[in-house]
Design a protein around this ligand. Structure first.
Ligand code: HEM
Ligand code: FES
Length: 776
């Protein structure tokens, strides 16, 4: 490579002077100016790196001596490969310590070494595997009552006060107490531990001044000695409950895997890892929610969304905003060659705001269905082991406040942050409320009417929105047109043609209905065909849905996206399948694109939207009402594959099957269809065989028994696999396959995508043989 690192201190130039172009230094002015200790990054790291996401996603920062990586995909690729990108510098002092500070640390015999988070393979996975038991969902579930009790005690103490700094009152102390309980460490001087943690943060990720260096070193030295004392005390006691006792036991059983040096270093590092991360994540969540009163109110009205709101907060304003790796060889990242020994700062806060992965990334959207993809917990074999404990704490805090203090308000205040590159959250959060309005004064039952959430990533099916029926009128024979609005009178979110809603029935089952537009009306319109032979959903809709009724819906989601770039579009609708097709036609017309629309129905009277179609799309509309003897002749329509033509179809399975059969001579990928049912995707344990999946990124092996889907097995092993439809229709749960033959059951992949055997829908597809290797 033409470039190499010439020194290891911040400020050195990593570029070979001989390789610099005649135009000068290859470091752009923005890169040269970047300093994570300046106000913009300290106040809002995602915003401070917007220029980088847009123009220069991987750059060398001379002021920091690090390569900064700001896009989602690049960060994930680095997390994926912990051999090329070693985590060994994850806890290194980002500002080199002064001689005086080193003197102080020596006096305390400070010997912080590898733990888990900064250990290389193969030692890391060997250790991680034997220490996983404390993190199973069942093991974590057992801590929920303790978290609940601690939060409740703290809330009781302030509930009649009317004003509080939530950080000082509980957000740091509860996570610290939980961490100590989880570890089995006796509760000691909590104030002192908090000071120790802050010193550790400054020591690892800060830029202390020369005087501060010595102060920080004193505190870190004391923390180190304290950790040693506590460890020795625990080692001398009989085994008791707590993760630290698991480690002590493994250290006795397999000292070469769980080493002595690991134990002492971990004792100190884990208190910080488990405590400050969660304290700040909680503070960030409350700040974001309370600064958007409408969102807070929405959450109060719909507490089912708490897990999803907590997750969105981890995405939008995570507490761990950057993390480090060092390259073990020359390697390309996002088109830039980073030389061996290159130190990398991955800014997850920036990746979490990357529009290439998250739609409208700067919006705080508690209905977002891929928030769980955020990078705040890292990713891959080092991904945060405690993520589900952190999530549990955030959810319980939110749930208690939303129930007991729904009238909570954020005070005007200037937020301050401990200056550092990685751990982020305000040092205080002042809130106020009127105690005379506390709901429990009127109804004491409110105090204990808790709602619990299952351990793990939020479930997509709980992301439910309440909408009100503004109009429900016949649209055609047996077809009910329904217009939905936001109960609080706001505009409902925009959607794209092909999107649908899942409407929840009283039974909890869901039915999919395409949005038919017009798209810019601020409301949502669907049309429901009454199906007497169906499962009863459409009958309920026809009987129970009328003006003023509230419905619970999920979405809009789009599994039937329109490629607007095609030269010509053939839109085909059978019966009620017109609903997504009419939205597509509107869009194509608006764009001035070439399209034609074929609409077949049983009878003229049963065909919805005919007048609107004639008015808006009359010139390209072909109608085939069965009772008038007109038939859609697919053979003729499909005879000549159009160059650059795409077909979009929705209607009865019979029509879609005929289209699939009739387009085999078309270029693959020309036909796009919307399926509303997924026969064959559901699991029948009697017909399945068990298999094994090896997870290349996480370095784990997971058994998939015959009565579990691949997705269920992955989730039980602690992986956050996003999902949506869970029946093979949407593609959300796709995972890359490294090796092994797949038994595809989804309706998303095209035949050649299936044959390429490189991806699997984990909600429904399985292994043909005994084993798959996945890039997870
Ligand atoms: C690792 C964030 C809570 C224990 C990590 C990493 C991050 C992180 C970014 C590095 C991941 C990587 O290298 O891929 C967070 C955040 C938390 C949180 C944002 C709270 C919201 C916790 C809690 C515990 C914990 C409560 C302990 C009970 C760990 C451990 C690792 C880790 C043991 C090292 C895993 C390994 O390297 O194999 N965490 N963490 N974390 N975290 Fe957390
Ligand atoms: Fe929709 Fe798997 S979740 S295809």
């Amino acid at each position: 490579s033409a470039i190499h690192r010439t020194d290891t201190d911040a400020g050195g130039c990593p570029f070979d002077p001989a390789a610099v172009s005649p135009t000068g230094c290859p470091v752009s002015p923005e890169a040269a100016a970047f300093d994570p200790f300046d106000a913009p990054y300290q106040l809002d790291p995602a915003e401070a790196l917007r220029w980088s996401r847009d123009q220069e996603p991987v750059f060398y920062s001379p002021k920091l001596g690090y390569w900064v990586v700001s896009r989602y995909d690049d960060i994930k690729a680095i997390f994926r490969d912990n051999l090329t990108f070693s985590p060994s510098i994850a806890l290194e002092k980002i500002t080199p310590p002064s001689d005086e500070a080193l003197e102080v640390l020596k006096r305390y015999d400070y010997g912080m070494n590898r733990t888990l988070v900064n250990e290389d393979e193969p030692a890391h996975m060997a250790r991680r595997r034997v220490l996983l038991d404390a993190f199973t969902p069942e093991a974590l579930e057992a801590h929920a009552p303790m978290v609940r009790r601690l939060v409740r005690e703290k809330l009781d103490a302030i509930i009649d006060r009317g004003r509080a700094d939530l950080v000082a009152e509980m957000f740091w102390e509860v996570p610290l107490t939980v961490a100590l309980h989880f570890l089995g460490v006796p509760e000691e001087d909590m104030e002192q531990l908090r000071r120790f943690s802050a010193a550790h943060t400054l020591n690892t990720w800060g830029r202390p001044s020369p005087e501060q260096q010595v102060e920080v070193a004193e505190a870190v030295g004391k923390f180190w000695q304290y950790s040693g004392r506590v460890l020795r005390k625990m080692q001398a006691q009989p085994r008791s409950e707590g993760w630290m006792y698991d480690m002590i036991e493994k250290n006795r059983e397999m000292p070469e895997v769980v080493t002595d040096s690991y134990l002492h270093s971990m004792m100190m590092a884990i208190i910080v890892a488990a405590h400050e991360t969660t304290a700040l994540a909680t503070t960030n969540a409350f700040r974001q929610l309370l600064s958007r009163p409408a969102v807070w109110d929405e959450l109060c009205a719909n507490p089912e969304l708490i897990p999803s709101a907590a997750e969105e907060s981890l995405r939008h304003s995570g507490s761990m905003v950057s993390w480090r790796r060092i390259t073990t060889c020359d390697v390309e990242v996002g088109g830039v060659t980073i030389p061996e020994g290159g130190r990398i700062l991955m800014v997850m806060a920036s990746g979490n705001h990357d529009p290439r992965h998250f739609e409208n990334p700067d919006d705080f959207d508690i209905y977002r269905d891929n928030a769980v993809d955020h990078l705040t917990f890292g990713y891959g074999s080092h991904q945060c082991m405690g993520k589900n404990l952190g999530r549990m704490e955030m959810r319980i805090f939110l749930e208690e406040f939303i129930r007991r203090l729904p009238h909570l308000e954020l005070e005007e205040q200037a937020f301050t942050f401990l200056p550092n590159t990685s751990l982020r959250g305000p040092e205080a959060l002042w809130v106020r409320w009127d105690p005379t309005l506390n709901p429990e004064r009127r109804d004491p039952a409110v105090r204990s009417a808790q709602r619990d959430f299952p351990v793990g990533a939020p479930e997509a099916r709980t992301i439910v929105r309440r909408v009100r029926v503004m109009r429900a009128e016949p649209e055609a024979d047996g077809v009910l047109g329904v217009t939905l609005v936001d109960p609080a009178g706001r505009s409902l979110p925009a959607w794209t043609p092909g999107s649908h809603l899942d409407v929840l029935l009283p039974s909890g089952e869901a039915r999919k209905y395409s949005l038919c537009g017009p798209a810019d009306s601020g409301d949502w319109r669907i049309a429901v065909l009454r199906e007497e032979g169906g499962r009863g959903g459409s009958r309920w809709m026809h009987e129970a849905v009328h003006e003023g009724v509230e419905l619970r819906v999920r979405g809009p989601k789009n599994h039937f996206r329109l490629d607007e770039s095609a030269g010509h579009h053939v839109l085909i609708a059978g019966g009620i399948g017109i609903t997504p097709i009419i939205a597509m036609a509107d869009r194509l017309k608006q764009l001035g694109k070439s399209y034609e629309l074929h609409y077949a129905g049983r009878s003229r009277g049963s065909m919805a939207f005919v007048e609107r179609l004639e008015r808006d799309h009359g010139e390209v509309l072909h109608r085939y009402p069965g009772d008038q003897g007109r038939r859609l002749e697919l053979d003729t329509l499909l005879a000549e594959p159009g160059d650059g033509t795409l077909l979009y179809a929705c209607g009865p399975e019979r029509l879609l099957a005929a289209l699939e059969a009739g387009t085999t001579h078309w270029r693959e990928g020309s036909l796009h269809v919307e399926h509303f049912s997924a026969e064959g995707a559901l699991l029948d344990p009697a017909k399945e065989h068990a298999f094994e999946v090896e997870l290349a990124d996480s370095e784990l092996t997971v058994e998939v028994p015959s009565d579990r889907t691949l997705m269920q097995a992955l989730r039980a092993a602690g992986l956050d696999v996003p999902s949506d439809c869970e029946e093979g229709l949407c593609g959300t749960c796709q995972v890359e396959v490294v090796e092994g033959e797949i038994d595809h059951r989804d309706k998303v992949l095209t035949p050649s995508e299936r044959e390429s055997n490189d991806r699997v829908m984990t909600c429904c597809s399985r292994a043909r043989g005994r084993k798959l290797i996945l890039a997870l």
